[in-house]
Design a protein around this ligand. Structure first.
Ligand SMILES: Nc1ncnc2c1ncn2[C@@H]1O[C@H](COP(=O)(O)OP(=O)(O)OP(=O)(O)O)[C@@H](O)[C@H]1O
Length: 303
């Protein structure tokens, strides 16, 4: 289990991570989403103890990453975005080397490497040099490395970037399997990946958490709702909008004077919103109704 609480990272004047909290439980695959520079890698590195937080805590299986970093490292496997592999080593040799780094020796080491090779589907490639492998297979070596100490938690930074569609689907199958009895957090830019793999999505934008919801809920939001974008001259109270008949919810849009009003598809609340604006003395500048897509939900949240 991973618990991130009020995590902050400041670089000089820049707030790379700004008060992020979320948790991921065993048996859960959590997609960690956000545009470039949102703070995903920084958050992951803080969860691993590689980067000290400016404020806040990360706990892995109850251990605080600052107070008990070794206990945390014992329980976390990490696949970095740029997977640094020794290209001139043979797969088998490399995994033995990594196992040795983790203190495995002799029979235990041999058994673990055999298990890893089988686990990540490297049986036919195990006697090749890493440099001779395709990107997809190199990524499997990286996953084997992350799994060498059979961690409870896997943190994967963009695990499918640069792979072809077949390799992507193979790596996804592997992550899905691993997620059955581990906690998996992985970052990605690819929305269908989240829909295909994750139970939950945590979305960040400019260092801030903008959504933490079951993927099914985000997808339902995308497919099953119509959103009415209302632009006012000044910021308005959302309460009266939420109280209108047929409105599921209302939230602030990209600017404080824009409101996003969500309804069931086919429900048209434009007239009601116009009347409410007159009653409240709000100057309504525009009303636009649109169907949501998953991309639109993401775009809206991370704008
Ligand atoms: N060591 C550092 N020094 C200064 N600024 C940094 C440092 N590391 C990250 N940043 C800044 O913090 C912000 C968040 O970066 P981060 O790499 O965490 O984003 P990301 O969401 O992982 O992006 P990407 O998807 O492009 O990998 C960026 O604006 C980045 O420039």
């Amino acid at each position: 289990m991973v618990e991130v609480e009020h995590l902050v990272k400041t670089y000089g004047a820049q707030q790379a991570v700004d008060d992020i909290s979320f948790r991921a439980d065993k048996g859960e695959i959590v997609g960690f989403l956000g545009p470039n520079g949102a703070g995903k890698s920084t958050t992951m590195k803080m969860a691993l103890g590689y980067v000290p937080p400016t404020a806040g805590t990360v706990r892995v299986a109850g251990f605080d990453v600052r107070e008990q970093p070794l206990e945390v490292r014992r329980r976390v496997g990490y696949l970095p975005e740029h997977n640094p592999l020794y290209l001139d080593m043979y797969v088998h040799e490399y995994l033995e080397f990594i196992g040795g780094v983790h203190g495995l020796r002799g029979r235990e080491l041999r058994q673990r490497v055999a298990w890893l090779v089988q686990r990540v589907g490297l049986t036919r490639e195990q006697n090749k040099q890493i440099g001779a492998l395709s990107k997809g297979y190199r990524q499997r070596v990286g996953l084997a490395e992350a799994l060498v100490h059979d961690p409870e938690v896997l943190i994967l930074d963009e695990p499918t970037t640069g792979l072809d569609p077949n390799q992507i689907s193979e790596i996804r199958d592997l992550i899905r399997e691993l997620g059955e009895n581990k906690t998996v957090i992985f970052s990605t830019h690819i929305l269908p990946e989240v829909a295909a793999l994750c139970s939950r999505a945590v979305i960040i934008s400019r260092g801030r958490l903008v959504a933490d919801a079951p993927v099914a809920e985000l997808a339902a939001r995308a497919a099953g709702e119509t959103v009415l974008r209302a632009e006012f001259e000044n910021p308005v109270a959302l309460g009266p909008l939420r109280a209108l008949s047929g409105v599921h919810r209302a939230e602030a849009g990209a600017t404080p004077s824009t409101a996003l009003i969500y309804t069931a598809p086919g429900t048209d609340v434009r007239a009601a919103v116009s009347r409410l604006a007159v009653e409240q003395g709000w100057l309504l500048l525009g009303l636009r109704q649109e169907q949501q897509s998953l991309e639109a939900v993401f775009g809206e949240l991370t704008r």
